[in-house]
Design a binder for this molecule. Structure first.
Ligand code: GDP
Length: 177
C-alpha cells in the first residue's frame, strides 16, 4: 500500500485576489461567481504525483494586508504556502512582499516552500502587475511563480501539485546539507 503523506498548505494574500476561487476550483473543479469574504475554510484532497500519494490539507484564509500579524497556526506545522495576488492590483502584489518577510521570519529565516501566484490573468486590460515582476520576486526567494485564472481554470491544478513539489524540493535540499 502506498504511503500517504500529509501536507498542510496555507493560502495567503490580500482580500479578493481569488484565494477561495482557486481552492474551490482545485477541489470542486468549478468557478463560483460572486464575492464571499472567507472567514477561514479548510479543504482536503488526495493528490497523486507519480507513485506518491499526498493528503493535501488546504487552509484558505480571510486575507491579510501589510499590517497583519500572522497567527502561529499559519506557521507551526505548515509545510508550504500559496501566496496569491491579483495581476489587476499592484497593492495586492505589494502586500505579498510584506507577507513573505513575515513568513520568512516566522520560520526562523529558513527556506520556505512557496508558490507565488498572479491570479486573474484573464483580466488583461486591467492588468497592473506584469508577469516579469512576479517572476523576479519569486526568483529572489528561490520560489516558483505562475499566473492563473480561477475563472478559466488555467493552471489551477498545477499550483497545488507545484507546492507539493516545492515542499519536497526544500526538504531534500536540507537533507543534502
Ligand atoms: P479571496 O477573497 O481572495 O478568497 O477572493 P475570492 O475567491 O472570493 O474572489 C474575489 C472575487 O474575484 C470574486 O468575485 C471572484 O469571482 C473573482 N475572481 C476570483 N478569481 C478570478 C479570476 O481568476 N478571474 C476573474 N475574472 N475573477 C476572479
Amino acid at each position: 500500500m502506498p504511503l500517504v503523506r500529509y501536507r498542510k498548505v496555507v493560502i495567503l494574500g490580500y482580500r479578493s485576489v481569488g484565494k477561495t476561487s482557486l481552492a474551490h476550483q482545485f477541489v470542486e473543479g468549478e468557478f463560483v461567481e460572486g464575492y464571499d469574504p472567507t472567514v477561514e475554510n479548510t479543504y482536503s484532497k488526495i493528490v497523486t504525483l507519480g507513485k506518491d500519494e499526498f493528503h493535501l490539507h488546504l487552509v484558505d484564509t480571510a486575507g491579510q494586508d501589510e499590517y497583519s500579524i500572522l497567527p502561529y497556526s499559519f506557521i507551526i506545522g505548515v509545510h508550504g504556502y500559496v501566496l496569491v495576488y491579483s495581476v489587476t492590483s499592484l497593492h495586492s502584489f505589494q502586500v505579498i512582499e510584506s507577507l513573505y518577510q513575515k513568513l520568512h521570519e516566522g520560520h526562523g529565516k529558513t527556506r520556505v516552500p512557496v508558490v507565488l501566484v498572479g491570479n486573474k490573468a484573464d483580466l488583461s486590460p486591467e492588468r497592473e502587475v506584469q508577469a516579469v515582476e512576479g517572476k523576479k520576486l519569486a526568483a529572489s526567494w528561490g520560489a516558483t511563480f505562475m499566473e492563473s485564472s480561477a475563472r478559466e481554470n488555467q493552471l489551477t491544478q498545477g499550483i497545488f501539485t507545484k507546492v507539493i513539489q516545492e515542499i519536497a524540493r526544500v526538504e531534500n535540499s536540507y537533507g543534502q546539507e
